[in-house]
Ligand binder design. Structure first.
Ligand SMILES: [Zn+2]
Length: 238
């Protein structure tokens, strides 16, 4: 991606100034946007061609996503790191700091109306929202009011991987309260995880570490809870 971008910028320097040029350089430059939308269109038509008409006909019938997923908007976090076929299967909610509180209606829609069996809340290493939430009040006051408002619901965290974990655990706790009946009835499992591309948790770079299941944070109990549920669901299918 960076290589591609550099090549585009290099090429752009030899052509006349683009129509929408501004002074912002590499980021926030219309020339970058123009090149990127061409790249997106090419990738997208490749995707549409590869998937074929039958695939889209199937999608048109409706969706039954097995999971409602709340992740951070961070550009380093995407569904291809956890699901090869996310279409129709992952109901995605993304915002800064992977919060249920700032997008509760969307989460409710996925869980209550689309009946996802899994609510997956994913934080990640090097999260800017967590760092911003951990900043001093005077630093936060410099941010736009709507950003401040979205950060407020993160609560008290530290600006490191522990803060990321604290936030994920808080999100799971809030979701467990919100969907208490479904969890109790065994219709919903809430899983909190950290996508650790920085390997801050020393479990391997890029690993998705499950740190919380229905409020349980003990590693051995998490493993037991997930395999017991898997066994129960397998049993139900036989
Ligand atoms: Zn983030």
């Amino acid at each position: 991606m960076f290589k591609k971008l550099s090549a585009v910028l290099l090429a752009a320097s030899f052509v006349a100034a683009p129509v929408f040029a501004n002074d912002h350089g590499e980021h926030g430059d219309a020339a970058v946007a123009q090149a990127f939308i061409k790249e997106i269109q090419a990738d997208q038509s490749g995707y549409a061609g590869m998937k074929g008409a039958a695939f889209f006909q199937e999608l048109s019938k409706g969706q039954k996503p097995r999971a409602t997923v709340v992740t951070c908007s961070d550009s380093r976090v995407h569904t291809n790191m956890l699901d090869k076929t996310p279409e129709g299967d992952l109901f995605m909610i993304r915002n800064i700091g992977n919060q249920a509180a700032t997008a509760l209606g969307s989460v409710q829609y996925g869980v209550n109306h689309l009946n996802s069996s899994l609510l997956l809340i994913i934080g990640h290493s090097k999260c800017g929202a967590i760092a911003a939430a951990a900043a001093s009040d005077s630093d936060k006051a410099k941010l736009e009011a709507p950003i401040q408002k979205e950060l407020q619901t993160i609560g008290k965290v530290t600006a490191d991987i522990e803060g990321v974990k604290t936030n994920v655990n808080n999100q799971v706790a809030a979701a467990k309260k919100e969907f208490a009946d479904k969890v109790k009835a065994g219709h919903l499992i809430i899983v909190g995880a950290v996508y650790d591309f920085a390997n801050d948790m020393k479990q391997g770079p890029g690993k998705l570490n499950v740190i919380n299941v229905n409020g349980e944070t003990d590693a051995a109990k998490i493993t037991a809870a997930l395999s017991a549920k898997a066994a129960a669901s397998e049993h139900a299918h036989h």
